[in-house]
Design a protein around this ligand. Structure first.
Ligand code: 5GP
Length: 124
């Protein structure tokens, strides 16, 4: 399990590059602790990636001292959902923790998925 925690300037992941604005992203929300942007290959009509600015490889690396940050990311999910007008209709939040779960980018992220108004996301 990858337990390294990178500083922003050393974060080698694609999300580190997005955080440093080295590569573009379609940003929907940003504050001092979090960034949310459209997934480059959306799997649903609404597919947003929510990341902490502080690097953690994935949810398995969470420590007690990260609890406030995790709560903030969940709060950001609601803010993003409201912004994109899917809070009322509903959304799904997923995190892949580790390669066995399908995680490709080793920087903690939540996928916020939602359907178009009046439609349902396929179940799983
Ligand atoms: P994972 O499989 O790690 O849970 O999810 C990584 C997600 O990041 C995938 O849904 C993938 O489409 C998205 N992604 C990978 N590279 C980029 C990129 O350069 N820009 C954006 N916006 N999304 C990316």
């Amino acid at each position: 399990m990858e337990t390294t925690r990178y500083n922003l300037e050393d974060n080698p992941t694609i999300f580190g590059k997005i955080l440093r604005k080295e590569i573009p992203a379609n940003i929907v929300y940003e504050d001092d602790k979090a960034l949310a942007f459209w997934d480059i290959a959306p799997k649903a009509p609404v597919h947003i990636i929510i990341i902490p600015k502080q690097h953690l490889a994935c949810l398995r690396c969470m420590e007690t001292s990260d609890a406030n940050l995790m709560a903030h990311l969940l709060h950001v999910a609601n803010i993003v959902a409201e912004k994109l007008d899917v809070k009322e209709s509903g959304y799904r939040l997923i995190t892949n923790a580790g390669q066995g779960a399908g995680q490709e980018v080793p920087h903690l992220h939540f996928h916020l998925l939602a359907s178009k108004k009046g439609e349902h996301l396929p179940g799983f």
